[in-house]
Design a protein around this ligand. Structure first.
Ligand SMILES: [Zn+2]
Length: 161
């Protein structure tokens, strides 16, 4: 749970407070208990729990109080389901990143100084190194910089083990 990507994933699926709320469930809690622990309004906690329930990463036990018609919901985190979704989401991203890395490593890119799209050498050559968009001269660019992609790949690989 203590991974940056887990946080990022829950936030993208259920909002900015999804991570602390999911983390607080630890072993089962009512919405009120979660609300007290994380210091977020109980109605907001419920909204987030419902969103998390929708994607299947939490479940609840419902219990009726003996003399009233009130139900108590105790919420639990489904770690197996979290892992499943993480594997799927980041597995797909990893594939894309590896393709992109491959492309960047095997091509030299050229671009103009006006911020238009960079083109691989083969294409820039066909345009005679003149930007097809603004006709400005194109020079070798740093599009081939792969550090960011490599770092992201590293992060995901660590998460997925
Ligand atoms: Zn241009």
């Amino acid at each position: 749970m203590n991974n940056k990507l887990v946080k990022e994933f829950l936030r993208s699926k259920a909002g900015p407070n999804a991570y602390p709320i999911a983390k607080a469930l630890n072993g089962g809690k009512t919405d009120k208990e979660v609300s007290e622990e994380v210091g977020i309004d109980v109605n907001k906690v419920r909204t987030i729990l419902n969103r998390l329930h929708y994607i299947g990463v939490v479940r609840y036990d419902k219990e009726k109080a003996k003399r009233s018609n009130w139900y108590t919901y105790t919420w639990f985190l489904r770690a197996d389901r979290v892992n499943e979704l993480l594997e799927k989401t980041y597995g797909e991203e990893l594939e894309e990143l590896e393709k992109e890395l491959d492309l960047k490593r095997n091509h030299v890119f050229f671009k103009c100084n006006n911020g238009c799209e960079a083109l691989p050498f083969e294409l820039a050559y066909e345009y005679n190194f003149q930007c097809p968009n603004c006709s400005e001269e194109m020079n070798k660019s740093e599009e081939g910089n792969t550090q960011e992609i490599e770092e992201r790949i590293d992060e995901i690989t660590k998460l997925l083990g």
